[in-house]
Design a protein around this ligand. Structure first.
Ligand SMILES: Cc1cc2nc3c(=O)[nH]c(=O)nc-3n(C[C@H](O)[C@H](O)[C@H](O)COP(=O)(O)OP(=O)(O)OC[C@H]3O[C@@H](n4cnc5c(N)ncnc54)[C@H](O)[C@@H]3O)c2cc1C
Length: 461
């Protein structure tokens, strides 16, 4: 069940699908002198040595709820602390906020290995990364000053709060209310469901990005605003103040990613949780899309990462398990099942599909980097459109591949694949959610057809 991060292959593919080109065109001069290789090797070591051993514990013990508190699985706090202290959380964030300003593609390639090691563990950092992007792009200078550095360092985690019982794919149906207080802040009241890492014990504060509706807002998605709602209020000097009026009412019991707490969040038991507007009133969905687009690519990568881990497990089993005699074999006795043509077919399919999905995700990240770094306005727009076009494809195709590859991994194990002890079943259970959250794959298809392929031809070049 062990996993070894394939950092040499990943380095090769990350360079092939964008890093080399960014560097040679002068868009990422910081990558000279083998920086990417060195970072990917270290990220791979952390994935193999520290995160991978957490995967099974996360699945079997999972996150636990008790009276509003959520406890993560044994070892998660310490590993997260070491990971954050290693500076891994801030790879792409601006140096102005304590980040390292490195390319998104490099971060995605590191996340590929960390997510293979444990998808449930990496969900918190993935969402924090999206919260950083949204806050950096749309937040006021004051909000950035107070919150960004701690999010970038990983001392605090971020969450994404869209879903409500009656508002899933149809975000415009949300009912959470925001009332102006008159002092520039807002009071938030309502219930959010399925909030990933909504409550946990891994960081001292949790920064919720919450979509809510003002009393005089227009109906539907044009009347939604985005608020920053901290678990603990933050004093002007950055120290933690009183507990805000937000709590976790329970955790979902679910098919997979048991290590990731999926929370029901209650805002405003008393006078309403204090929230701070991000961007403009009624333009919240626009700001949230910055976070969602980052998360969509991150979820697409989950398909790749699970595919990688399922492949490694199936390959190792296929070399050990002996059944029957392979055709054309000269050796005596039964053969390892890897010698059977059908097993080889399935292994090659797993490998090919995982790497094809990886290529699409990496190309999407390369387009995002180009969109951020190009000076030429025409080239910048072209890259933005390419990233917009590729994002729903990366999300939906890669997550479908993750499920298919994890299922093939079970098939290679035979009956043992259906038995939890093999670990193959966990990969399929974990992979299944990726086609559902961050906009179901059906919603991604609608986005691709109605909004993305109508972009200018430049997106396709
Ligand atoms: C483990 C987990 C973690 C999650 N984490 C978060 C989180 O951190 N933050 C958050 O805000 N949410 C989170 N979610 C919620 C997730 O994003 C939603 O479940 C998802 O967007 C789908 O919404 P829904 O469940 O209401 O399904 P529904 O919207 O009810 O969809 C049901 C089915 O109908 C289809 N459908 C719906 N509308 C259309 C349409 N217009 N056209 C065609 N087909 C349609 C869907 O594709 C789907 O197949 C999480 C969910 C889970 C299970």
């Amino acid at each position: 069940m062990s996993f070894t991060a394939p950092f040499a292959d990943i380095t090769f593919l990350a360079k092939l699908f964008g890093l080399d080109q960014l560097e040679t065109e002068g868009l990422a001069p910081e990558l000279a002198d083998g920086l990417a290789e060195a970072i990917l090797e270290e990220a791979g070591k952390f994935a193999t040595d520290r995160i991978a051993p957490l995967n099974r514990i996360g699945d079997t013990i999972g996150a636990r709820f008790d009276n509003g508190h959520v406890t993560t699985a044994p070892g998660w706090i310490e590993t997260y602390r070491d990971w954050a202290q290693g500076g891994w959380n801030g790879l792409t964030a601006s140096v102005d906020h304590g980040g390292q300003g490195l390319p998104h593609l490099l971060h995605l390639a590191c996340s590929d290995m960390w997510t293979s090691a444990s998808m449930a563990f990496m969900l918190g950092p993935m969402l924090t990364s999206g919260a950083i992007d949204a806050l950096a792009a749309h937040g006021s200078d004051e909000l950035k000053r107070i919150y960004l550095a701690k999010l970038v360092s990983g001392e605090w985690m971020g969450t994404m709060n869209l879903t409500e019982p009656q508002a899933g794919s149809d975000v415009g149906a949300l009912k959470t209310r925001a009332e102006r207080t008159g002092d520039g802040t807002y009071r938030i009241t309502g219930q959010k469901i399925y909030i990933t890492y909504g409550e946990h014990d891994m960081t001292e504060n949790i920064i919720h990005l919450v979509l809510a509706r003002l009393p005089d807002a227009p109906q539907g998605s044009r009347g939604i605003s985005l608020f920053l709602v901290p678990k603990f209020l933050v004093n002007k000097d950055g120290s933690l103040g009183a507990r805000n009026d937000v709590r976790c009412a329970g955790l979902e019991s679910k098919l997979g990613i048991h290590g990731s707490p999926t929370c029901t969040m209650i805002y405003g038991d008393e006078s309403g949780a204090i929230g701070y507007l991000i961007g403009e009133e009624n333009r919240g969905l626009n700001a949230m899309f910055t976070m969602m687009n980052a998360a969509r690519l991150g979820v697409g990568l989950q398909g790749v990462a699970i595919g990688e881990r399922a492949y490694q497990l199936a390959l190792s089993y296929a070399k050990e398990r002996k059944q029957g005699r392979a055709l054309n074999t000269k050796s005596e006795g039964s053969s390892a099942i890897i010698e059977h043509a059908d097993i080889r077919r399935m292994l090659m399919l797993m490998r090919a599909k995982t790497d094809a999905a990886r290529a699409i995700c990496y190309m999407t990240a390369a387009a995002i980097d180009r969109a951020h770094r190009e000076k030429d306005a025409q080239k910048k727009k072209q890259a933005e459109e390419r990233a917009a076009l590729l994002t729903p494809v990366a999300k939906s195709w890669s997550t479908d591949i993750g499920i298919e590859v994890a299922s093939l991994g079970i098939q290679i194990h035979g009956g043992m694949g259906f038995i939890e002890a093999s670990g193959a079943a966990q990969h399929l259970r974990d992979a299944r959610i990726a086609a559902i959250y961050e906009g179901t794959n059906g919603i991604q298809a609608i986005d691709l057809v109605t909004r993305k392929i109508t972009l200018s031809d430049q997106a396709f070049s």
